[in-house]
Design a protein around this ligand. Sequence first.
Ligand SMILES: CC(C)(COP(=O)(O)OP(=O)(O)OC[C@H]1O[C@@H](n2cnc3c(N)ncnc32)[C@H](O)[C@@H]1OP(=O)(O)O)[C@@H](O)C(=O)NCCC(=O)NCCS
Length: 181
Amino acid sequence: MSHHPIEFRYEVRPEDRGVVRALVESTGVFSPIEVEVAVELVDDRLEIGAQCDYKFVFAELDHRAVGYTSYGPIALTAASYDLYWIAVDKACHGRKIGQSLMKKTEELIHSAGGQRVYIETSSRHPYAPTRGFYLRCGYHEEARLKDFYAPGDDKVIYVKQLQPLLPPVPLGGLTEPLGQG
Ligand SMILES: CC(C)(COP(=O)(O)OP(=O)(O)OC[C@H]1O[C@@H](n2cnc3c(N)ncnc32)[C@H](O)[C@@H]1OP(=O)(O)O)[C@@H](O)C(=O)NCCC(=O)NCCS
């Protein structure tokens, strides 16, 4: 086991198509079509570049990617973001890599002005550990769309409110009108 700290990488490289495929497949919870969708997000990002709304965080140990998230702003919202994917190499589960990735991703969203992070998942049994992880990371179930994916397979939407960026207005309100100086 490596004793080196996790390092984060945000740049996306052509070899990340294979990196993401291997990470997502290693978890054993995603269907072949879901794996393809995860790789398509990398393709879009590679094609469009850093302006692409699909952002990535890779967690690396000894320069090897052991987990990643992809996320992005939700169009037509003021400050809401989607977390599209989070996956940690199955061999590295339970070592707080997922939690570190989540924290780093939330920091990046926050510093980009995001205030709410949404995650959608399935109600099916294989996703129960993932739902436990989201709760542990401070998310709560906001909505459930019954039979969304298939009969008996609901869409469960989790959300986390990030700290507001602006300092609270002092009690008693502002004494000077804004925008006059
Ligand atoms: C979900 C996932 C990213 C978690 O990553 P991880 O590195 O194994 O998790 P961590 O070690 O960071 O765990 C962080 C916390 O969540 C808790 N947690 C992890 N798995 C859990 C579970 N199955 N049930 C309840 N809590 C869980 C841990 O106990 C830990 O809590 P602690 O701080 O009290 O000890 C990883 O298991 C994974 O890749 N799963 C498959 C892919 C997936 O389902 N992705 C989501 C859909 S896009």
